[in-house]
Design a protein around this ligand. Structure first.
Ligand code: PMP
Length: 395
C-alpha cells in the first residue's frame, strides 16, 4: 500500500535526539535530560481519596460528556486561585480549559498561522512549541534571549524593518530551555511594542509558580489593557501532568475561537480529570503543595549549580535560574553537544543537546540540564561525570 501523508504531516518529524534520549532511561544512567516534574512529590493519597469521592458522589456527571470550554467550577477555581493572585482579571468567557498547555499551543498555530506567516520566537525556545507551530508551516523569526529575557532592541529593529508577525511567542518565567526570566521592565516594554505594532503576544507560563526566591513577577497578561495577550497556564508542573489540565486566557473573541477549534479536536478535556482537579483544589491548598515542591527543587538546583561551579572548566558558562526546572549550559563554539552526548552516555550521564531548541540550525554548543527529577546525591555524581567529559575538551 502506498501511504501518502499530507505535506503538513511530513513536516512533523521525530526529533533526532529522541533515539539518543531513549538510552537515558537505563537505570545506570543519571539523566538530566527529562523535563518532568518529580513524581515522588505527587500527592498520591489525596488524589486517590478525591478521585474515589468524585466517582462515588458525582460519577454520572464525571463520566459523561461535558462542555468544551471546561467545567465552570474548575474555571472559577483557576480564576480565583491561579489568575487573580497574579493580577489577571478574567471572566468566565475569557478562559477555556485545554488538554495541557500543549493543546493550547497547537490550537494557536491552527487559529493564526497561514502557510508562510511569520511567528516571532525566542532563541532558544520550547521545542514542543516549535513543533506544534511547524505543522502550520510558519516562517520563524528568532529574537535572541539576554540575561533578562528577549532582546527588545532587536525585536523593535525587526518590526521596524517591516516584519509583520502573526504573534510573538514567549515563555517569560524560568524559560524552557534556558531558565531565563524576563525582567519587569522588559515585560512592560514588550506590551508597549505589541500595542504600538498591533500584535498578539502568546504568553506560555508553566513555570512561574515554581519561584525559588519569592520574587515571582506579574505576567505580561496583567499589563494587557487591549486584550492582545493570550495567556497559557497549566497544572502540569505544580500538581500533575497526567491529568492534562491547562487553561488559556484571552479576549472572548479569541477564546470563542479556541472553543470552536477544540470541539473539532477532542470535544472536551476529560470530565473526570477536571472534577478531580476541582475537588482537590477545593479541599487542599495547592500553594502549600507548591511550597513543598519549591523546597525540594531549589535544593536540587543549588546542588547542581554548586557542583558545576566546583567542577566545570572556568570557560563554561551556565544560567543560574531562580525557579523552574532547568539550567542552560554554553560550551565553546566548536564543541558539538550532540557528539558530547555520546561521550557522556559512555560515562552514564545524559542531557539534552541544545540545538533542537532553536528554530534555525547551527546552535550546537548548548545543553539543557534538568534538576527536578534526580535526588541531590545523584545530581552531584552526574555533574562530576559530565565535568569529566566536558573538561577534556578544554585541556
Ligand atoms: N510550554 C512549555 C514551555 C513547556 O515546557 C511545556 C511542558 N514541557 C508545555 C508548554 C506543555 O505542558 P502541558 O501540556 O503539560 O501543560
Amino acid at each position: 500500500m502506498k501511504i501518502e501523508f499530507s505535506e503538513r504531516a511530513k513536516r512533523i518529524k521525530a526529533s533526532e535526539i529522541r533515539e539518543l534520549l531513549k538510552l537515558t532511561v537505563q537505570p545506570e544512567i543519571i539523566s538530566f535530560a527529562g523535563g518532568l516534574p518529580a513524581a515522588e512529590l505527587f500527592p498520591l493519597e489525596q488524589i486517590a481519596e478525591v478521585a474515589g469521592d468524585v466517582v462515588l458522589k458525582e460519577g454520572k456527571a464525571a463520566l459523561q460528556y461535558s462542555p468544551t470550554e471546561g467545567l465552570k467550577r474548575l474555571r472559577e477555581i483557576i480564576i480565583a486561585q491561579r489568575l487573580n493572585p497574579i493580577h489577571i482579571e478574567a471572566t468566565l468567557d475569557e478562559i477555556s480549559i485545554t488538554s495541557g498547555s500543549q493543546q493550547a499551543l497547537d490550537f494557536t498555530g491552527k487559529m493564526f498561522i497561514n502557510e508562510g506567516d511569520t511567528v516571532i520566537v525566542e532563541s532558544p525556545t520550547y521545542l514542543g512549541a516549535l513543533n506544534a507551530f511547524l505543522a502550520y508551516n510558519p516562517n520563524y523569526v528568532e529574537i535572541p534571549l539576554q540575561e533578562d529575557g528577549m532582546d527588545m532592541d532587536k525585536l523593535e529593529e525587526v518590526l521596524e524593518s517591516g516584519v509583520k508577525p502573526k504573534f510573538i511567542y514567549t515563555i517569560p518565567d524560568y524559560q524552557n530551555p534556558s531558565g531565563i526570566t524576563m525582567s519587569e521592565e522588559k515585560r512592560r516594554r514588550l506590551i508597549d511594542i505589541a500595542n504600538k505594532y498591533d500584535l498578539i503576544i502568546v504568553e506560555d507560563s508553566p513555570y512561574a509558580e515554581l519561584c525559588f526566591d519569592g520574587k515571582q513577577l506579574d505576567p505580561i497578561k496583567s499589563l494587557d489593557t487591549e486584550g492582545r495577550v493570550i495567556y497559557m497556564g497549566t497544572y502540569s508542573k505544580t500538581f500533575t501532568p497526567g491529568l492534562r489540565i491547562g487553561w488559556v486566557v484571552g479576549n472572548p473573541t479569541i477564546i470563542n475561537k479556541f472553543i470552536q477549534v477544540k470541539q473539532g479536536a477532542d470535544l472536551q478535556t476529560s470530565s473526570i480529570d477536571q472534577r478531580i482537579a476541582a475537588e482537590y483544589m477545593s479541599r487542599y491548598d495547592l500553594n502549600e503543595h507548591i511550597r513543598m515542591i519549591i523546597d525540594v527543587y531549589s535544593k536540587r538546583r543549588d546542588v547542581m549549580l554548586d557542583t558545576m561551579k566546583k567542577t566545570f572548566h572556568k570557560d563554561i558558562t551556565f544560567t543560574e535560574s531562580t525557579g523552574g526546572l532547568f539550567t542552560w549550559v554554553n560550551v565553546r563554539k566548536d564543541i558539538d553537544t550532540k557528539e558530547l552526548m555520546q561521550e557522556a552516555l559512555k560515562e552514564n550521564v545524559a542531557f539534552v543537546p541544545g540545538a533542537s531548541f532553536f528554530a534555525s540550525s547551527g546552535h550546537n554548543n548548548y545543553m539543557r540540564l534538568n534538576y527536578s527529577c534526580m535526588p541531590e546525591d545523584k545530581i552531584r555524581v552526574g555533574i562530576e561525570r559530565l565535568a569529566k567529559v566536558l573538561n577534556k575538551y578544554y585541556e
